[in-house]
Design a protein around this ligand. Sequence first.
Ligand code: IPE
Ligand code: IPE
Ligand code: MG
Length: 240
Amino acid sequence: MENFPIDKENIPVHIGIIMDGNGRWAKQQGKKRTVGHSEGLVSAKRIVKAASDLGVKYVTLYTFSTENWKRAEEEVSFLMRLISKHLKKEMDFYIQNGIRVVHTGDLAGLPDYLQNEIMSVVNETAAFEHTTVNLAINYGGRDEIIRAVRKWCDSHPEKCADEGTMLNEETLVEYMDQPSIPDPDLIIRSAGEKRLSNFLVWQCAYSELYFSEKLWPDWEADDLYDAIKSYQHRHRKYGA
Ligand code: IPE
Ligand code: IPE
Ligand code: MG
């Protein structure tokens, strides 16, 4: 794989990344899990920069799932603070690289200070057009679908019973968190697990999947390039 150059004409428009293995990385180093999470964010920045430089238009980063609340209180609160601090610290990085930040997930379920930090980065970067980084924080694919159905029902109570205008795939999509972001072409998962863990459950229908053994904090630009090269050798058929 490494011997092929990347085809600049066939860059995935949207890459979703399940950034897994922070805890195992820390364990390997004899450090606390929280150190792995800090390193994981450094890695995220590195990979976002590499993706943006290649011209990837959308990158969705699975940062905290609706199931991650099951973890130890100490780890969860560390993650909330870490994400908030990171957003504040990286404003210059987003501005310099023309990166627009958006959020997917249940914002209302996050601590107030993190909600505020997310909204301020989202607002301050709203005009940037080079790359969109979609942060999946308190995100669950099933939760997103349920929230979308509820939003649709709330805005069309009369249509729930009317067969002619009943909910269909195209309509529901408009009620998802980021309706204007196309479905991911490529979903990457680091750290060896071969599952989606509730990531972009609706949007992954025709995504190409790429699994890597490497732990997320060890990811370098070359690992992203390998994933993209693998994607470029796939034959997408969409059932046709
Ligand atoms: C991914 O790394 C980060 C989050 C889920 C927040 P993990 O914390 O899941 O790392 P492992 O899977 O325990 O190694
Ligand atoms: C998925 O990783 C969630 C994120 C990367 C944020 P997990 O580590 O939580 O997934 P499982 O528990 O291995 O399925
Ligand atoms: Mg994990």
